[in-house]
Design a protein around this ligand. Sequence first.
Ligand SMILES: [Zn+2]
Length: 109
Amino acid sequence: MPDIIPFRAPLNWHYMAIHRCLDCNSTIKDSEKRCWACGSEIKPRDTAPKLSARFASAINFFFILSLVVTAASMFTDLMPPFLRCATVSGVLFLVRSSAGEMAQKKRKS
Ligand SMILES: [Zn+2]
């Protein structure tokens, strides 16, 4: 699965995931909450930390991209105005740091 598509990858990962019963190892559908073979309860998968980590890396990617565009806007007229780029970079920086905090909190708990 390529990491280049940060917003599509978690969706594919979610729908393609097959999990197995911890007790009898039979294959279980995503929608099933109990094992059809042995009846043991299935714990919901821990998707949140992975999703927020992916979100954080996507934000990180856009932050770096906006920094590059901001730097480029100082030297060329082809890019959007410097102030607008700097504002976008600032907003992404704030989102990035709060997304990182969110991911860390979820990992710890
Ligand atoms: Zn089972």
